[in-house]
Design a binder for this molecule. Structure first.
Ligand SMILES: *Cc1c(COP(=O)(O)O)cnc(C)c1O
Length: 376
């Protein structure tokens, strides 16, 4: 008898960004059709083989606020035997207050903002089988998790092309669609749109009773936030993460802000999956992070200053750099191919992100580290 293990034979292969992954060469006979057809997202590598200067996953080079660590220690008690609050009410109240929103019913908490995005696709975008469904829209160069979520939920999509400097033309999003999702600043380019431009997309989609999901993962590094416009735009959902500007990628917390009806949609999906997506430690640490704005504003200022210095240094070395409002830059060198640069840096112990994709093949995305890291 052939064992199922032998059927689902594994081979080692190099992933698109150069990391070593174990990929299945053949579907396992026990997988259903959906699982066989999935094309999962590949996160940036987290290698353990040697010490690297990690500039590949947009984490903060600075530690979380000391108050966060204190809150985590204080939460590590015998109470961990009890389930956490499934509604995350305290944290939602802290966040609503921080952003001047009418109340906690304008806030949803997720286990990382990726989880929220996954729920939002399922809750707010029409699936292919729905009557009157149309394609959702996102740029051709953007966060590569969006097509993965769309496929997972069976949502069809179209990807308007950004221009040769990676700028988004907002008019591409004024058309009939199933809804729109964008990061601002965009990833992996770092380019930002103005609040006015973004709100024009929200207004256009609202006329068709469609939702605009705005992923503000990097907004604290120099872009204009649309959060102050939420109370005037009931079809706008803004998603934030504690993973980048709040130095808490290891805690897994994100939040979405928007009209209570949108928030209720997310809750319905979440409570059909898992009542307790946030643990007690994460809830305590996240509240402390939201409350210590001063610390994080200071860290963001440092990262922006390092970014400007890095841009200047790399420009002098002949690199072309897309204008960035994020904690990373998107660069190419006219005389070097992308993989060549990627490998040369890797050999020197520096990890950056490269995609084996047509339009961006010669570009590298470089996360802004500390001044010392960027100097090496
Ligand atoms: C990093 C990132 C996220 C996800 O962050 P989480 O760690 O899941 O909170 C979401 N959107 C974009 C564009 C990102 O770059």
């Amino acid at each position: 008898m052939i064992s199922p293990g032998a059927l689902g034979q594994q081979k080692h292969s190099s992933s698109r960004d150069g990391s070593q992954l174990v990929e299945s060469s053949r579907p396992c006979p026990y997988w259903n059709q959906r699982t066989q057809e999935l094309a999962p997202y590949t996160p940036g590598e987290q290698p353990r083989d040697r010490k690297y200067i990690k500039l590949n996953t947009n984490e903060s080079p600075y530690p979380p606020s000391p108050r966060v660590l204190e809150a985590l220690r204080a939460a590590a008690t015998g109470d961990l035997r009890l389930y956490p609050d499934p509604t995350c009410l305290e944290l939602r109240t802290v966040i609503a207050k921080r952003y001047g929103l009418p109340g906690p019913d304008w806030v949803f908490i997720g286990n990382g903002s990726d989880e929220i995005l996954a729920f939002a696709f399922g809750a707010l975008f029409p699936s292919r089988t729905e009557e009157g469904s149309t394609e959702i829209l996102f740029p051709d160069i953007t966060y590569s998790f969006y097509p993965v979520y769309a496929d997972l939920w069976d949502i069809s999509y179209r990807t308007p092309a950004v221009d040769d400097q990676f700028a988004i033309d907002v008019e591409d999003y004024f058309v009939n669609a199933g809804g729109v999702i964008l990061p601002n600043p965009n990833a992996p380019t770092g380019r930002a749109l103005s609040k006015k431009a973004l709100l024009s997309i929200a207004a256009s989609q609202r006329n068709q009773h469609r939702v605009f999901i705005l992923d503000e993962a990097y907004v604290d590094f120099g872009a204009e936030s649309c959060v102050p416009a939420l109370t005037d735009h009931d079809n706008l959902l803004v998603v934030h993460t504690l993973s980048k500007s709040r130095s808490l990628a290891g805690l897994r917390v994100g939040y979405a802000l928007g009209h209570p009806d949108l928030i209720e949609g997310l809750r319905r999906i979440k409570d059909s999956f898992n009542s307790y997506t946030l643990d007690r430690l994460a809830l305590a640490g996240a509240a402390a992070a939201i409350e210590d704005s001063a610390y994080y504003e200071d860290m963001a200022r440092r990262i922006i200053a390092t970014r400007e210095k890095t841009v200047q240094g790399l420009t002098e070395l002949g690199f072309e750099i897309i204008p960035s409002s994020a904690n990373f830059i998107f660069v190419r060198h006219p005389a070097r191919r992308g993989p060549e640069l990627f490998q040369a840096l890797r050999n020197r112990g520096i990890l950056v992100r490269h995609w084996n994709k047509g339009r961006i093949f010669d570009y590298l995305r470089i996360t802004i580290g500390t001044d010392e890291e960027m100097a090496s």
